[in-house]
Design a protein around this ligand. Structure first.
Ligand SMILES: [Zn+2]
Length: 351
C-alpha cells in the first residue's frame, strides 16, 4: 500500500475524535430520512445498512467512552455534549475545528468488514465514489474483500505520491486543480520543497485521462461495440410508456418500458455496478459503468440483485422491475449516459 498516515499535522487523537463527530452527525442526520438514500437494511436490498449501523454504533462508543473514563482528557467536552444531545449550533468550536480540518485533509484507512460496499463506505466517510475507487485502484475490481485495507483522502479528490522531479505546478496541471489548492491542503509554503515518496492530498483532483490501451480488463474493451451493441434491458417487444426527450416541458432523461413488477431487468452491456440502492426519484436504482464514460441506469426496481463493485455480464439479470421512487405505475426507467450526459437509449439498444 502506497499511502501512509503522513499527511496530517493534526494530532491523531483530534482527527479521530473529529471523524467520530462527523459520523455521529451523519448518523443523526441520516437516521430519520434514511429511506431517501437507501440505507435501510433488509428487503433484499444489497445496500443494506449493516456497515453504517456498525460504524455508527462504534462512533457512539467512541463518543461516550471518553466521558465514562476521563471526561477531562480531551479538549472537546462542549462539542461532544452538544452533538450527543443534538443541539450542536453553527459557530461553535466544533465548526471552527471543522474549518481547520477541512483545510488539512488527512488520510483515512478503512478495513473492509462484512457487508461493506464502496457505496456504504463513501456514505459513511462523506467522500465520493471516485475518491475511494481511484485511491485504491478499484476501477476494475469486483467485490471488496473482507479485511482489505482501503486508504483514501478525507476530502473528495485524490492522493498523489510525489515522484522524483515532480513540481507542485506539474501535479496541479495533471489533476486539473490550482497549485494553491495543493499548497493549502498540504500546508506547503511556496518555499517548501516536496520530496519523492511524499503523499499529497489533491482536493477536487480529477484522474488524468489515460491513453487508451489495448487489453483493458474492464467493460471498457466492449466500448467499440457499445453504441450498437446494447441488449434490451427488459424484453424487446415491451411497450414504451414514455420516450426519451421533453415531456410536458420537462426533460425525460431515459425511456420507460411498461412491465409488470418482478420482471427481470438485464444489464444492457457488461460492466461494473457503481450504484445499487435507493436514489430519490429513481427508487431502487442500479447503475452500471461500461467504461469509456458510458453508464446505464435502471430505475424504479422492486428488488436489486447486484452489489456495488460486481462485474456483470451483458444480459445478466441485475434487478426485478417495480414501482419504487417517483413512479406512477410499474415500469423500468432506462437511461444511457455518456460522460454523464443522457442519450436517447433507442440509439444504443440493438434493434
Ligand atoms: Zn422514466
Amino acid at each position: 500500500m502506497k499511502y501512509r498516515q503522513e499527511i496530517p499535522k493534526i494530532p491523531r487523537s483530534v482527527a479521530r475524535t473529529f471523524t467520530a463527530l462527523l459520523f455521529a452527525i451523519l448518523f443523526l442526520v441520516l437516521t430519520p430520512s434514511s429511506a431517501d438514500i437507501g440505507l435501510i437494511p433488509g428487503e433484499g436490498d444489497p445496500v443494506a445498512g449493516s456497515g453504517i449501523a456498525r460504524i455508527a454504533s462504534n462512533v457512539f462508543d467512541m463518543l461516550t467512552e471518553p466521558f465514562s473514563s476521563n471526561p477531562e482528557a480531551h479538549g472537546l467536552d462542549e462539542d461532544l455534549f452538544a452533538v450527543a444531545d443534538g443541539s450542536f449550533t453553527a459557530g461553535s468550536p466544533l465548526e471552527n475545528l471543522r474549518g481547520i480540518l477541512e483545510k488539512k485533509p488527512y488520510i483515512i484507512e478503512h478495513i473492509v468488514e462484512p457487508g461493506d460496499t464502496i457505496w456504504s463506505i463513501m456514505k459513511a466517510y462523506n467522500v465520493d465514489e471516485a475518491t475511494i475507487v481511484n485511491a485504491n485502484n478499484l476501477a476494475n475490481s469486483s467485490k471488496l474483500k473482507v479485511g482489505q485495507k482501503l486508504t483514501f483522502p478525507s476530502v473528495t479528490g485524490l492522493t498523489h505520491t510525489v515522484k522524483k522531479g515532480d513540481t507542485i505546478s506539474d501535479i496541479a496541471k495533471t489533476y486539473q486543480v490550482s497549485a494553491q489548492i495543493i499548497e493549502e491542503a498540504n500546508e506547503l509554503s511556496q518555499s517548501s520543497k516536496i520530496f519523492a515518496g511524499q503523499v499529497l492530498v489533491v482536493p477536487g483532483g480529477k484522474m488524468p485521462r489515460v491513453a487508451k490501451s489495448t487489453g483493458s480488463s474492464s467493460g471498457s474493451s466492449k466500448s467499440a461495440t457499445i453504441g450498437i451493441g446494447m441488449v434490451h434491458p427488459v424484453n424487446g417487444g415491451t411497450r414504451v410508456t414514455s420516450y426519451y426527450g421533453t415531456r410536458n416541458g420537462r426533460m425525460h432523461n431515459g425511456i420507460d418500458f411498461g412491465v409488470s413488477t418482478g420482471t427481470d431487468v438485464k444489464a444492457a452491456a457488461s460492466g461494473v455496478v457503481t450504484t445499487s440502492g435507493w436514489l430519490g426519484n429513481y427508487g431502487k436504482l442500479v447503475v452500471i459503468d461500461h467504461g469509456q464514460g458510458v453508464k446505464t441506469y435502471y430505475g424504479h426496481n422492486s428488488k436489486l440483485l447486484v452489489s456495488v463493485g460486481d462485474r456483470v455480464a451483458q444480459g445478466q439479470v441485475i434487478a426485478n422491475s417495480g414501482n419504487t421512487g417517483r413512479s406512477t405505475g410499474p415500469h423500468l426507467h432506462f437511461e444511457v449516459r455518456v460522460n454523464n450526459k443522457a442519450q436517447n437509449p433507442l440509439n444504443y439498444i440493438k434493434k
